[in-house]
Design a protein around this ligand. Structure first.
Ligand code: SF4
Ligand code: SF4
Length: 365
């Protein structure tokens, strides 16, 4: 496993990090022992960055980590989160951190993320007087938090503004071969500002391994799987400290470790080669993050946008209809229910033209 220094913190983190959002229900429903075993196995094999959050895995992820942390084979760092949507004030944040510490069985959180800052408006609320950032600073003074970071789905330009404010020591953001161009500005700005950079969603919501015809170009050798190649693609950026991968089994841990053992730095020539493969269209794929959910007329937007992804990749109407009907059990007609209220547009992490895409799907017979 390779290790990189996280921004200006001096902490050396494993290039592949453990994402605690994919534990299998059968491994934690009655006891945390089996899920905790997966965490300890990752530690045994060299992973030292463990990311969790309230609400992951039916709100059990932190407790599973806590179970594992009782007997970790190696030193480790933990990252957990607080969101302004649930903890809008400094006092709320304190209560959240106290609960996380209890669940994790720790006296200090290494990295606290101000979770999923959607845009600059929300950023202003996070840093407002009496808001969660102020609460986090106080907890840092008291020694309950080591580093205050943020996670975001904002555009590269907006991330640049946030990191240049100098309040944070690290950022976590979605980055992969699909949204490469869209996010690069933010990653570079964070790196140049001395922040550590953690990336999540390296597989683009599963799109990359499911579409070898379009993404095989990211492989550095034929032996590796596309999932391993996608992890390595992220990890080979000098700006990225840790690539998070959600791991649910010992086998997945071992596959990820193989990727972490063979990272080659991305040189300028290869970066250009990859960029030239990424057409405009590939930057506009839906990543399936689900942040647009909550449509007032009940449209399951991620499923429709997943079908539209196949239109971008294949340009075939039939493929879109098959995906909707056979994979998701939906009809194209359901897309016509959209009343164009625009609520989903405000929430979409990729800033996709959802209404136009639904109109296209609704027009398919
Ligand atoms: S614009 Fe259409 S799809 Fe989006 S939330 Fe409104 S009704 Fe739903
Ligand atoms: S439409 Fe946007 S917010 Fe919704 S799942 Fe896709 S990328 Fe995420």
């Amino acid at each position: 496993m390779q290790y990189k220094t996280f921004g200006n913190t001096g902490k050396k983190l494993s290039a592949i990090g453990f994402g605690g959002m994919r534990f299998k229900k059968e491994d934690y429903a009655h006891s945390f022992v089996k899920a905790a075993e997966v965490v300890r196995h990752a530690s045994q094999l060299g992973i030292n960055y463990f990311d969790t959050a309230p609400f992951y895995c039916d709100d059990k992820s932190e407790e599973i980590m806590g179970e594992a942390f009782k007997a970790m084979p190696n030193p480790f760092y933990v990252s957990t989160k607080s969101t302004i949507n649930v903890e809008p004030t400094a006092d709320d944040l304190r209560k959240r951190v106290e609960l996380s510490l209890k669940r994790l069985g720790l006296e200090k959180i290494d990295f606290l993320q101000m979770w999923c800052i959607l845009d600059l408006d929300q950023y202003k609320k996070v840093i407002a007087k009496g808001g969660p950032y102020e609460g986090a600073l106080k907890l840092k003074e008291e020694g309950l938090i080591d580093h205050i970071c943020f996670s975001t789905h904002a555009t590269g330009e907006e991330i640049e503004v946030m990191v240049k404010d100098g309040r944070f020591e690290g950022v976590t953001l979605g980055y992969n071969a699909i949204n490469f161009a869209y996010r690069q500005k933010g990653i570079k700005a964070a790196y140049e500002q001395g922040l550590g950079v953690v990336t999540m969603n390296p597989l683009g919501g599963g799109i990359i391994p499911q579409n070898p015809d379009h993404f095989s170009f990211i492989k550095q050798n034929q032996e590796e799987t596309l999932a391993q190649a996608a992890l390595k693609f992220n990890a080979s950026h000098k700006e990225i400290t840790v690539v998070l991968s959600g791991m649910s089994s010992i086998q997945e841990v071992e596959e990820n470790i193989l990727a972490g053992n063979s990272i080659e730095a991305l040189n300028e020539e290869r970066t250009k080669g990859i960029a030239s493969h990424l057409s405009e269209g590939l930057d506009t794929l839906c990543t399936g993050c689900g942040y647009c959910l909550g449509c007032p007329v009940g449209i399951n937007i991620p499923k429709f946008m997943d079908a539209y992804n196949l239109y971008i990749l294949t340009k075939k109407d039939e493929v879109v209809k098959d995906r909707l009907g056979m994979h998701w059990g939906l009809s194209t007609e359901e897309a016509t229910k959209c009343i164009a209220c625009g609520k989903c547009l405000e929430k979409c992490t990729q800033h996709l033209p959802i209404i136009k895409r639904l109109q296209y799907i609704g027009s398919l017979k």
